[in-house]
Unconditional design. Structure first.
Length: 151
């Protein structure tokens, strides 16, 4: 059986809608955002975006785990880091914040299976926020961008 060639996986805590709490998030959670922006800021990272400015603000902390390591290692870091701050995060949610744990996977395969241990899935669930999974397949992408020879 051919092993899947997952290139990159990550897990992050993502908080939307709390632009006035970015500094507080860093202070209370004890970690700097991996990525953040404010609603209305000019989009410069993604020139192909249909938006000229960010339609919402976001504060994200990505697990500092090697991207080629299993997704479970990334999720374990998120759970360990933020479980003790669950009450604070839920207080932000009552003020309108949208919070989730987001996992991303980029693969060269057309079909990808992500396996999460039931105990770990339970621990993620106990955080009390949705688990969002984003899988991006780049299968065939490289072939479609290669210059074709004329015959």
């Amino acid at each position: 059986m051919k092993k899947s060639t997952i290139e990159v996986v990550s897990a992050s805590l993502r908080v939307l809608g709390v632009s006035d709490h970015h500094a507080e998030l860093e202070r209370i959670l004890g970690v700097k955002a991996t990525a953040s922006h404010l609603k209305g800021e000019k989009i410069i990272d993604f020139p192909w975006s249909k938006h000229k400015k960010w339609p919402h603000d976001v504060w994200v902390v990505e697990a500092p785990v090697e991207p080629m390591r299993p997704l479970q290692e990334h999720l374990r870091w998120v759970v360990k880091k933020f479980a003790k701050h669950r009450a604070y995060l839920h207080s932000l949610a009552t003020k309108g914040a949208q919070i989730d744990v987001i996992c991303s996977c980029i693969s060269e395969e057309r079909s990808v299976s992500l396996v999460i241990d039931p105990g770990l899935l339970g621990a993620v669930s106990e955080l009390g926020f949705p688990l969002t999974v984003r899988v991006i397949s780049v299968a065939g992408l490289w072939e479609s961008t290669k210059p074709r020879r004329r015959t």
